[in-house]
Design a protein. Sequence first.
Length: 325
Amino acid sequence: MLTIQRRSVLGALAGLGMAAPLWAQSAPKGKLAPKLRIVIPAMSRTALDEAGRALGDALVGQGLSDEIEYENKEGGSGTAGLAWYVQKYGADPNALFMGDSNLVGALALQKPAVDLSKVKPIARLTSDYPVVVVAAASPLKTINELVERLRSNAKQTPMAIGAVGGADHVFAGLLAKAAGAKPEDAVYLPFARNFELVDAVMGGKAAAGVSSYGTFRAELAGGKLRALGVSSKKAAYGVKSVREQGLDVDLTNWRAVFTGAGVPAARQAEMVEGVKASLAYELWKKTLKESYWEQSWMSGPDLGSFIDFDVKTTQLMVQLLKLKA
């Protein structure tokens, strides 16, 4: 794999009698830029927001920038924020964009004019797995009992989820499909904020909830919720996977950072190196542990292929499961 080093790029420019680009001239040695911007297509205190701010803290903590400016642009399950970023910062060498599998699902559902072809992936940062939970007093004791209820009466078995089209939504749809229920009979209750999703399950508005383990960790620890299964291939978070319990279903939720398609390749390469270095920051590692995220670094052509495959797979699943925005 070809790695572009900053000094070699600047040296080549000098050798050709060309001035270094402004982003290179303004950055002190060892820094990406005195000030960077991170656009987060979600409201505050969501998982993607927490990941974006943790990345910003790590970039500052490792001396790669002095200041981070965050912009939360919610709407359309992330699609509004993507369109905003592309329009305003598509060629800005100091502006980053956070994205995840939830955004991929929203794009598959909504089919907006602006999609991930308008940005360039820098690095995949984290991954985790949706967990299925029920209230402590629920008569449902196993994932197979939930599946049986979905099979016999899907319309009366609503499932609380996070973002429409996101990993939670797709996983819940896969459970309904595994149950043999008609996709159009499955009922999904989307919630933008984690506490609303939790309240829906605990209050009986939803028969089950599907979200990241971090969403439910306090209530699971306190015995107010019970976990029936997790979407990983093997047990995670001390919870058996649904695959281990006989259901041929698994799914991973991921988060990544992007730059604009108009940003020069040399700058994109610098961003890859900078983001990679930032992940050694101790507070970043602490955030991973507290949020129950796995660090799942990927960059370069492998990341591009991974996202392309995920986009196509998600589009297919949205169609097969007849998910609606």
